[in-house]
Design a protein around this ligand. Structure first.
Ligand SMILES: *[C@@H]1O[C@H](CO)[C@@H](O)[C@H](O)[C@H]1NC(C)=O
Length: 370
């Protein structure tokens, strides 16, 4: 409660310092196949930082968000989860202990108060956040943490009553904490949910039920799924198929999902880098048909990043149906050294950042010159 109150006070002083249009701004919303953010309807560039909510140094959080804002990036996707099955030692941030003998949501200084600080700092800088609630992958707990507590498999998780009840408790805690923050862009059900070998009805039903639940908690903010965008017409290679239990086009039809997202890692999917522009265009076409915006929410390669990724950005800016692109992932200098690098990281101030951040933002701005 204390931190929520502190957030409110921060908002009041922020409102006083800003022009009336911005302080009175409505939450980001869909407008055709674009978004309206703080009164402006346009394509946006953004990025990802899974780790920012796990930092323990406020100055690091502020400096990263300042650098993101001054680079012209508008939307940042962060991990809104950090699940453990055992409490870690002090100094390690965790958000939720998942346990059959009593789960616990950590609202302490080494818990959601770290995410509170990211939200407050984003508010001050006009950055909008996509916050998601669980990982398909085992990093930071994920579905596997729930499976270890409540049984079943990663595939049965989507319909496991006990697991879903705890997942909803966690969602309610996070949504309740930030629903009144102007920094929220959208809530996201999961990072890259898959249900290998399952009927696509499994994820469709779970996404329908969960998004309706989130809407009942917070009717004001947008909601999206967080998937990789598998399962759509336009190609015959692995990502176009539904073997991971995901049907992108079907999921676009979920009433309470406001926009579609997709990811792109040709290297991990055994397709050539030249696969990129077509993957973008095919999603854009599906989104246009559904009347919802599409966001290229994660994309990366581990070599020749500038030359490869700029063709993806071009395709995204040009395609009717695309509303934004967000590279994976932001890199920066922290008090502890360089932020994590999984090979895809683009470090602030590097020549790759000039190519894929500065030049992309310039190209976007030139779309709106009158
Ligand atoms: C929606 O977008 C159109 C075209 O850019 C713009 O004229 C209109 O003002 C926008 N509507 C809202 C509510 O922002």
């Amino acid at each position: 409660m204390k931190s929520v109150f502190a957030l409110g006070v921060g908002l009041l002083s922020l409102a006083a310092a800003l022009p009336a249009t911005l302080s009175a701004s409505k939450p980001p919303s869909v407008n055709g196949t674009r978004f309206t953010i703080d009164g402006e309807t346009r394509y946006f560039a953004g990025t990802n930082s899974y780790w920012i909510g796990f930092l323990t140094n406020n100055k690091d959080v502020d400096s990263v968000l300042s650098n993101i804002a001054s680079s012209g990036l508008k939307v940042l996707r962060v991990w809104g989860f950090n699940d453990v099955t055992r409490k870690p030692g002090s100094g390690t941030v965790w958000y939720q202990l998942v346990s059959s003998s009593g789960s616990q949501i950590n609202t302490g200084a080494d818990g959601l108060q770290r995410l509170d600080y990211v939200v407050q700092s984003a508010e001050k800088r006009g950055i909008k956040l996509i916050v998601n609630f669980v990982n398909y992958w085992n990093d930071y707990g994920g579905i596997a943490a729930y499976v270890s507590a409540f049984g079943g498999t990663k595939e049965s998780w989507f319909a496991n009553d006990k697991a879903q009840a705890q997942y909803r408790k966690y969602i309610a805690a996070v949504v309740g904490r930030y629903a009144s923050s102007p920094a929220i862009f959208a809530w996201e059900l999961a990072n890259e949910p898959r249900c290998k070998g399952c009927s696509t009805d499994v994820i469709f039903k779970w996404a329908s039920d969960t998004s309706a639940y989130i809407r009942s908690l917070d009717p004001a903010h947008m909601i999206t799924l967080g998937d990789e965008g598998f399962g759509l017409p336009g190609g015959t290679s692995y990502p176009y198929g539904t073997s991971e239990g995901v049907d992108f086009v079907k999921n676009l039809g979920v009433k309470d999902l406001d926009f579609g997202v997709f990811h792109m890692y040709p290297g991990s999917w055994s397709v050539p880098n030249s696969f990129g522009p077509g993957w973008v265009k095919d999603h854009a076409a599906a989104c246009k048909k559904a009347g919802k915006p599409c966001v290229l929410e994660e994309y990366g390669v581990t070599s020749d990043q500038c030359n490869v990724e700029k063709t993806w950005q071009q395709a995204s800016r040009a395609a009717d149906g695309m509303a934004g692109d967000m590279f994976w992932q932001w890199g920066d200098k922290l008090s502890s050294g360089q932020s994590p690098n999984d090979g895809n990281t683009i470090y602030y101030g590097s020549s790759t950042a000039t190519c894929l951040i500065t030049d992309n933002v310039k190209a976007i701005n030139s779309m709106y010159l009158v």
